[in-house]
Design a protein around this ligand. Structure first.
Ligand code: GDP
Length: 197
């Protein structure tokens, strides 16, 4: 079932400020510019939803949206900025670490990957960390429309190879394009599955 209602609830700088953990929660994270805002907007059918929280000064916060009055979609600040100071990076690390390890109602993390790039250490190290912590996650490959189907398949295969060398089981992977809507149904189905188990 696709998303019918999406409303911005709040932005928090630490996980203890987040809304009471009374509903299941699914978080989205990835490198800055990976296409996270576009994907959230595509998924919720709202052109500017993710931008609500994207105002200057709010980008480094944990943003909660209530979906269909049933679950929280969480937009986490992106990683991998070239120009971010060490202090800001460690603040980001602490905030994300605490949120991901402490948030009781977190049922899945979507890690967004730009399909055009070869596996990047910043992403594979983060994935490795999620695995070690036992935090459930799936990979979303973004911007599928930007290259050929063959290239998309070989990019995903590269990821599978890297992850297979570290883990016995591979995480679920969904190929998406916010431009064409590709992968929206798969993503919605996977979210519904997460909400049911
Ligand atoms: P964020 O920083 O991760 O939230 O990324 P944005 O959603 O703001 O997207 C970054 C840039 O990539 C913008 O210029 C988007 O228009 C573009 N973009 C995002 N998703 C797609 C996509 O699926 N296809 C194409 N062609 N461009 C995209």
């Amino acid at each position: 079932m696709s998303i019918k209602k999406a409303e911005f609830i709040t932005s928090s700088s630490v996980y203890t400020q987040c809304p009471p953990p009374e509903r299941p929660e699914i978080a989205f994270i990835g490198r800055s510019n990976v296409g996270k805002s576009s994907l959230i907007n595509m998924l919720t059918g709202r052109k500017k939803l993710a931008k609500v929280s994207g105002k200057p000064g709010k980008t480094q916060l944990i943003n909660h949206f209530l979906i269909d009055e049933n679950w929280f979609l969480v937009d986490l600040p992106g990683y991998g900025w070239a120009k971010v100071s060490k202090t800001d990076r460690s603040k980001w690390g602490e905030m994300i670490h605490d949120y991901l390890t402490e948030r009781k109602n977190l049922i899945n993390v979507f890690v967004l990957i730009d399909t055009r790039l070869d596996p990047q250490p910043v992403d594979t190290e983060f994935i490795q960390w999620l695995g070690e912590k036992g935090i459930p996650f799936a990979l979303i490959f973004t911007k599928a429309d930007k290259q050929s189907k063959n290239k998309n398949q070989s990019s995903m295969a590269k990821y599978r190879r890297v992850l297979k060398s570290q883990w016995e089981t591979l995480p679920p992977m969904v190929l998406t394009s916010s431009e064409t809507g590709e992968g929206k149904d798969d993503l919605t189905d996977y979210i519904n599955y997460c909400l049911q188990v």
